[in-house]
Design a protein around this ligand. Structure first.
Ligand code: SF4
Length: 439
């Protein structure tokens, strides 16, 4: 990405303030931090605008599979390491559905079943790759039509045969599937189908060098909505090739490799290891022959970790969370909206079997002591959260202050006009405390 000074050189330097910034340099800094768009300055010459737009484009092009609410953007990355600036578009995982499958509904249901709720987030398999094992274009097309009735998410059309792809795309192009299987042998025909139907094309190379050649060929033909399978085989090779490609794209601005990357793998432990490597090092899509739920859960969790912004804690919404059917005399507890705090406290309240109204206070994801030190978990913030949810009207039970911030008790009592009780300093002691209170 260009620096502020590089942007500044292309701006008019009149400091007219029409962009809302006091100077052109201030605007250039906003551009460099991706907090402004070049269109916000009405005085940039069109030539300079084009230069800026090209310079600001991510070194890895964003390619989208699917459409409407069912679309998956891939690529768009700007950095090699997530601590520099978070990774943008999470890798997608697809499971194969052969066009020789004798129970399509059952297979689609299985893919749908790969879904987990983890700290309030839903992890799931993203795509189905419909594979033309039958080598029969008419059968392939019929299976694609049947899958489309059962599966509303994005999908892949997988075949080496341009005739089969052409028939399948004709009935599915409105859903913008990914065509996968453009090799050196069928490249011109596959590219023509992708270009004509405006669907992304998966390039199936046999080496890094061939991937570059085919990528350049697509660009020269005027259609580079492409995803690259570098043809790497083996975990070491995948790691090396995908790292070389991404470094070339980001550090050297080598455009032929500036596209999302994908892998096709089988099933079992080796396939999962392939997906782990690709998740860690720059993959945007892995297609499995099959994936079991006990393999999917750790893999999806890894993805969640890699694609979470390391600078932003995971948070839950400020709200009131009733636990165990609380009534008008149940205790009211509260804590911060840092997800780990919320789920730990919630689990310990559930263990007590005592019904509780749990109020979550928005502290921008900070934990109790950090939020208190930052002035985001004081009597005023807590009262505001109580007022917003109306929790004090739901129960006349005791209001329990987390023991770590016992010192706010006096001010909180004054703010809410209710007596408060100091709770435990450690969450694990909540069950014992609640049980003693309810005796
Ligand atoms: Fe500079 Fe353009 Fe902003 Fe005016 S509108 S201050 S020329 S960046």
């Amino acid at each position: 990405m260009p620096t502020a000074i590089e942007y500044f050189k292309l701006l008019p330097k009149t400091n007219c303030k029409d962009c809302g910034q006091p100077t052109c340099l201030a605007f250039a800094m906003q551009l460099a931090n991706q907090k402004a768009k070049i269109e916000d300055c009405p005085h940039v010459e069109s030539g300079a605008k084009d230069s800026i737009a090209e310079a600001a484009a991510p070194p890895v092009k964003t390619i989208t599979v699917g459409t409407g609410n069912a679309k998956i953007p891939m690529g768009g990355e700007t950095v090699l390491y997530r601590h520099e600036r978070r990774f943008i578009n999470p890798i997608a995982y697809a499971l194969t559905l052969s066009d020789e499958c004798d129970d399509i509904a059952k297979r689609v249901d299985y893919v749908k079943s790969l879904q987990f709720d983890r700290i309030g987030m839903i992890f799931k398999a993203d795509m189905i790759s419909i594979r033309n094992d039958s080598k029969d274009p008419a059968k392939f097309k019929a299976v694609v039509e049947e899958v489309m009735k059962l599966w509303n998410e994005p999908f892949v059309l997988e075949s080496d045969d341009p005739a089969a792809i052409k028939e399948a795309v004709a009935v599915s192009k409105a859903r913008v599937p990914l065509i996968y299987g453009a090799s050196a042998d069928n490249f011109d025909a596959m590219l023509a189908i992708a270009k004509e139907n405006k669907v992304p094309l998966g390039i199936k190379a046999t080496s890094l060098e061939e991937a570059v050649t085919l990528s350049e060929k697509a660009k020269a033909a005027g259609y580079d909505e492409i995803i690259l399978d570098l043809g790497a085989k083996g975990i070491k090779n995948i790691l090396e090739q995908q790292t070389i490609a991404r470094r070339a794209a980001i550090k050297k601005k080598f455009k032929p490799l500036g596209y999302p990357m994908m892998n096709r793998t089988g099933s079992g432990e080796y396939a999962v290891m392939t997906a782990v490597i690709s998740t860690l090092k720059y993959g945007s899509l892995v297609i499995f022959d099959d994936l079991k739920n006990y393999e999917a859960l750790p893999l999806f969790t890894l993805r969640q970790n890699i694609y979470t912004d390391p600078q932003v804690p995971i948070q839950v919404k400020q709200d009131i969370y009733p636990i165990g059917n609380p009534d008008e005399h149940s205790p009211i507890m509260f804590t911060t909206n840092f997800s780990l705090t919320y789920f730990t406290v919630r689990a310990d309240i559930e263990k007590s079997k005592v019904p509780v109204w749990l109020q979550i206070v928005n502290t921008d994801g900070l934990s109790v002591l950090t939020a208190f030190a930052a002035g985001k978990f004081d009597a005023d913030h807590i009262k505001a959260a109580f007022d917003e949810s109306g929790v004090l009207d739901k129960s006349d039970g005791p209001v329990i202050v987390p023991g770590l911030v016992a010192k706010i008790s006096g001010k909180l009592e004054e703010a809410i006009g209710r007596k408060v009780v100091v709770g435990t300093t450690e969450s694990k002691n909540i069950p014992k405390h609640l049980k003693q209170m309810s005796i």
